[in-house]
Structure formats: structure tokens, C-alpha cells
Design a binder for this molecule. Structure first.
Ligand code: ZN
Length: 170
């Protein structure tokens, strides 16, 4: 199973990331042209941040699509997909020598979120991450994990709530 260190090594470059995502079935390996059903080819394309796109090889077509098409990264990530991703992370890290936790937050109604891989879930680990990613004064809703106990003391409006276990990931 994957350790955090191995994950960093496996995803150092854009190419490494695509290989790793495809190996873990998070990114399509093949793409069919949405216009003519030809098998598309992955091509270098400097105008996109990823540096590659899928291109239809048919001369009369040449349609291009993002390498993220068909993946859960294609559109802004809906919360249901985010939950799937986090569940997958948790499952895949369960048997690691060192457990890897995904710590994150979601801005309700905005589809904005952050996710960070962490080795520990204590306040010393999580508080700096919260202060880095969440503006002071923000209302934060979480479970009753002890690491969040001081949120009100450091400038947040913290409420705890019971979240059904089927949707509680970390
Ligand atoms: Zn085509």
C-alpha cells in the first residue's frame, strides 16, 4: 500500500500525476471522439495548464477534449464526488505502514474546498492548516473531534454537529 512519501514521489511531475491517476482509475485511459467515435490520441498542447489534450486523429474532425473529460475532475467537484474521493483515499491508506488522513473543508454552497494529506489528526497538525485555509471569523461546523476544541479561542465561530456516519469521512 501507498505511503505519503511514496505518493509524493509517484506524483512529482504532470506526467507522473497522469500515470498515477490512470493507474488508480481516477483519469480515463482511453477517449472516444464525441463527434466521430474515433479513438482519440493524447497530444502535447501548451495552451492548457496540463500540457496535454485528447485529439481526434480523423482528418475531417480533429476535435479536442480535456484530459480530464469523463473524470471526477472534469467540472467543479460536487460534494458527492468529493466524498467518493475521500472514501477512496481512506480505504487505500487503511493498511499503510503510516496511516494517511485526508483533512479538508468545504465552503457550503460554494463548491470550494481544500484537502490536505496529514499523518496526524491532533490539534498541533490541524490548527495551522485551518488557519492557513480558513479566514478568521469564519463559521466552522465540524464534529466534536478534540483537535477542534480551541477554534472559538483563535477567532472562529465554531459549532459542532452530528454528521451521519455514511457521510463522515475523516
Ligand atoms: Zn472525431
Amino acid at each position: 500500500m501507498l505511503t505519503l512519501c511514496e505518493l509524493h514521489i509517484a506524483t512529482q511531475t504532470k506526467i507522473d500525476c497522469r500515470v498515477w491517476l490512470r493507474r488508480n482509475r481516477l483519469l480515463p485511459v482511453n477517449m472516444t471522439c464525441p463527434w466521430c467515435n474515433s479513438v482519440m490520441e493524447e497530444c502535447q498542447y501548451s495552451r492548457v495548464s496540463d500540457g496535454v489534450i485528447w485529439r481526434c486523429p480523423a482528418k475531417q474532425c480533429r476535435v479536442t477534449v480535456s484530459v480530464w473529460k469523463g473524470s471526477l475532475f472534469e467540472n467543479p467537484l460536487p460534494l458527492t464526488k468529493l466524498c467518493e474521493l475521500l472514501r477512496w483515499w481512506r480505504h487505500s491508506s487503511r493498511h499503510c505502514r503510516h496511516s494517511i488522513w485526508v483533512f479538508g473543508g468545504v465552503e457550503l454552497g460554494m463548491d470550494q474546498f481544500f484537502m490536505v494529506l496529514v499523518l496526524h489528526r491532533d490539534a498541533n497538525t490541524l490548527m495551522p492548516l485551518i488557519q492557513c485555509h480558513i479566514h478568521p471569523g469564519t463559521r466552522i461546523r465540524s464534529d466534536e473531534w478534540a483537535a477542534y476544541a480551541r477554534l472559538n479561542q483563535v477567532g472562529y465561530i465554531h459549532k459542532t454537529s452530528t454528521i451521519p456516519s455514511t457521510t463522515w469521512i475523516w
